[in-house]
Design a protein around this ligand. Structure first.
Ligand code: DC
Length: 276
């Protein structure tokens, strides 16, 4: 006489969970659009339990100049989709902060590259806390002198290489919304969704002034200098990828921008683009 297999309810909870996750994993593997559906049905918690190696990974790349609203929007989109949010600018800022603290000359490309390779930059607590070598530097990296230094540090090809490798490593293991200057052009040229966010320079300066409590005119000047450096550098300059969607946020509220991007994500994913 054969031994009957236990019914689902007779299995220990861990085994039932395993079976359920295995079934969901198979379903997920076959269904490339599930993250978008999950967003609709609020099923992210379940999806996170599925074996990561079988999940389809999505890259939403958001690039654009300072003050275009990238961080606010990218974070909100990541939350809606259940993806990891990565602020790539924070990585350059962390390296710049370290260089300033230990007195590394910002023209010393070799030393900067070493720092970038050695720096342990981590994102914690809802991906908004930034740790540099284990220390919380979330506030320190937003200081104006660090903004200026980050823009200079990011000119170094060796620094960019180290950052790029780390960003690709993160994107290889999970679905991400990553924002920066070269995400859709260089870091993830095959990203399924690419957005170039822009806004009128005076509006970008006003937004930054509201965030930091600074003087709009001074900020406008700083932003203009940084934008110029970011756009004209030889390595991975800020530019719109040919297949990126251009979105001018000058007259849009964050909620309107968020909706426009989510619409685009749904459109891109439901017509089969990005199916790997
Ligand atoms: O987005 P942010 O202002 O925090 O970025 C700080 C600096 O880092 C910015 O001046 C340009 C640089 N950066 C870059 O070169 N490439 C990225 N992907 C992100 C930021």
């Amino acid at each position: 006489m054969g031994i009957a297999a236990p019914t689902a309810n007779e299995l220990p909870v861990s085994s039932r969970r395993h079976k359920f996750l295995a079934r969901m994993t198979e379903f997920y593997r076959r269904c490339p659009f599930l993250p978008i559906r999950a967003e609709k049905f609020g099923a992210h918690g379940i999806l996170r339990g599925i074996a990561p190696e079988t999940q389809k990974r999505w890259i939403v790349a958001i690039d654009g100049p300072a003050g275009a609203g990238k961080s606010t929007i990218a974070r909100a989109i990541a939350q809606r989709l259940g993806f990891t949010y990565i602020d790539s600018g924070a990585m350059y800022r962390a390296v710049a902060l370290w260089a300033l603290r230990i007195g590394v000359d910002l023209d010393d490309l070799h030393r900067l590259e070493q720092l970038a390779k050695e720096a342990r930059v981590e994102f914690a607590v809802g991906e908004t806390t930034v740790l540099l070598n284990g220390e919380d530097v979330t506030a320190a990296i937003r200081e104006p002198r660090v903004s200026e230094a980050a823009s200079k540090v990011s000119l170094a090809p060796g620094v960019r290489r180290a950052m790029r490798e780390e960003q690709r490593r993160i994107g290889a293991t999970q679905s991400v919304v990553m924002e920066g200057r070269d995400i859709g052009t260089v870091v993830f040229p095959d990203a399924q969704v690419k957005i170039y966010l822009d806004a009128a320079p005076e509006v970008r300066a006003e937004r930054r002034a509201a965030e930091t409590g600074g003087v709009a005119d001074e900020i406008a000047q700083e932003i203009a200098e940084r934008d110029h450096r970011d756009r004209t550098r030889t390595e991975a300059p800020l530019t719109q990828a040919p297949d990126a969607e251009y979105l001018d946020t000058t007259r849009l509220s964050p909620a309107e921008v968020e909706e426009a991007i989510l619409k685009l994500v749904r459109a891109r994913t439901s017509n089969g683009k990005g199916h790997r």
